[in-house]
Design a binder for this molecule. Structure first.
Ligand code: NAD
Length: 435
């Protein structure tokens, strides 16, 4: 275990949220956990100030000629949270609800996540306020290229390396790589991860976050007297993360009782035929028309009787108002920030084991790290090498967080923050502050 600073802190001005409150603001939700972890670690007040502030926040305006000829201007952000342990790393989200506070929180989560799984990256995140479902492929390409061009000086394999997040995918990453390379005057594959395989992508990257969730579910299950095989699982969100987590858990012998997307979900108490659901969804982009299933709302889905709940959509889904009704024994967070601090308090009291986002969904960034390594080496690994190395890291990290939770008698979430923060704090101290 890395050294942690074990000393009393005199008095911190913290942003800890008052008990019993859902802030609705992801950055406040992140900081309230950061504050608890910093207090538990006895983090030096000066270091606290360093670690709570993002290194840089950039807002860009993205003018785009739309397909009908009119000009639209989109707003984009990139937040570089911390680079003490390596280049910034973090996805780009295309969503109509993107805010600077959301991107800030997501960037900070990337810092702690990369440190929890002990890979040599800092944290960053980006977002563009747009509704990808209502945009044509050409419009999405022009948004992506202009966003990349605006951030040309900030991105780079040694500086800040984006990846996919909600609303973006390997094609988006290919456009980023191409735009960056056109400006650099040579092909730079390692500027972005999550690319198509033929353009320097890594085998196993598309599946990595979902595979990681399956592995973490497998590791967590025995703590509640369960095995993954035979567990009853509910998954919210059916994009990259949710659909692949469903498939991987199904293949491992679990019963997937319900899945959903933004328009609602489907439920079968006997267990869904996940390969059939995926095949249907890939064609129809909807669950409509699937035989033998019941419809269910997202709100009801979260409260279903099950063993493991995997929220894999977006933030603030499990809150003060519904946490008391959650029946799952284990929550494995696929989304970033799906559970509020208030909900954590209620779930902890109920004895629900919450495996936090910064551990549970770290399979994606772990294989992104492998992709960056492979691009820089120009040498590509077999899929089973990628999967085995990712499994080693995820299982070791689960063990590290469990050890921390037991040592300090804290929740897995606070333990993960403590582990991440202690590693970043340690490396910041060893580097020292420049000038
Ligand atoms: P995606 O765009 O592929 O899919 C998102 C899914 O969530 C879609 O099915 C969408 O319909 C659904 N959704 C959106 N809003 C919803 C709502 N309010 N209620 C229910 N469903 C809703 O995105 P993704 O890449 O699968 O990411 C999902 C989550 O996982 C995000 O929080 C993201 O930050 C996180 N995450 C993604 C990765 C990755 O590798 N893609 C890695 C780590 C964490």
């Amino acid at each position: 275990m890395d050294p942690v600073v074990e000393q009393e802190i005199p008095r911190l001005t913290t942003t800890t949220l008052p008990m019993g409150v859902d802030s609705g603001n992801p950055f406040d939700e992140m900081m309230s956990r950061f504050d608890v972890a910093a207090q538990k670690l006895g983090l030096d007040p000066g270091l606290y100030k360093v670690l709570r502030e993002p290194v840089r926040e950039t807002k860009v305006s993205i003018p785009v000629v739309m397909d009908d000829g009119h000009i639209e201007v989109f707003i984009g952000y990139r937040v570089l949270h911390n680079i003490a342990r390596g280049p910034g790393k973090g996805g780009i989200r295309f969503d109509k609800n993107v805010t600077l506070d959301e991107v800030r929180a997501l960037a900070a989560w990337m810092t702690w996540k990369c440190a929890v799984v002990n890979i040599p990256f800092g944290g960053a995140k980006g977002g563009v306020i747009c509704d990808p479902a209502s945009l044509s492929r050409g419009e999405l390409e022009r948004i992506t290229r202009r966003y990349t061009a605006e951030l040309m000086d900030q991105f780079g394999p040694e500086k800040d390396v984006p990846a996919p997040d909600m609303g973006t995918n390997p094609q988006t990453m290919a456009w980023i790589m191409d735009t960056y390379s056109m400006h650099a005057r040579h092909t730079v594959t390692s500027v972005v991860t999550g690319k198509p395989l033929s353009l320097g992508g890594s085998r196993g990257r598309v599946e990595a976050t979902g595979r990681g969730l399956m592995l973490i579910s497998r590791e967590a299950a025995p703590l509640k007297g369960l095995t993954l095989s035979g567990s009853r699982i509910v998954v919210q969100g059916f994009g990259n993360v949710g659909s692949i987590a469903s498939r991987m858990c199904h293949e491992a012998g679990a019963k997937i009782l319900a899945v959903s997307d933004i328009n609602g979900g489907i439920h079968d108490p006997a267990g869904l035929d996940i390969p059939a659901v995926i095949a249907h969804y890939e064609k129809a982009r909807s669950f409509e028309g699937l035989p033998g299933v019941q419809k269910i709302t997202n709100a009801d889905l979260l409260e279903l009787d099950c063993d493991i709940l995997i929220p894999a959509a977006n933030e603030n889904q499990i809150r003060g108002r519904n946490a008391g009704n959650i029946k799952a024994k284990i929550i494995v967070e696929g989304a970033n920030g799906p559970t509020t601090q208030r909900a954590d308090e209620i779930l902890n009291q109920k004895g629900v084991l919450v495996v936090p986002d910064i551990l549970a969904n770290a399979g994606g960034v772990t294989v992104s790290y492998f992709e960056w390594v492979q691009d820089r080496a120009g040498f590509f690994w077999r899929e089973n090498e990628v999967n085995e190395r990712m499994e080693d890291i995820m299982c070791q990290s689960f063990h590290d967080v469990r050890t921390m939770a037991e040592k300090y008698n804290v929740s897995y979430r606070i333990a993960a923050y403590m582990l991440g923060i202690s590693r970043v704090a340690h490396d910041t101290m060893v580097r020292g502050l420049y000038a």
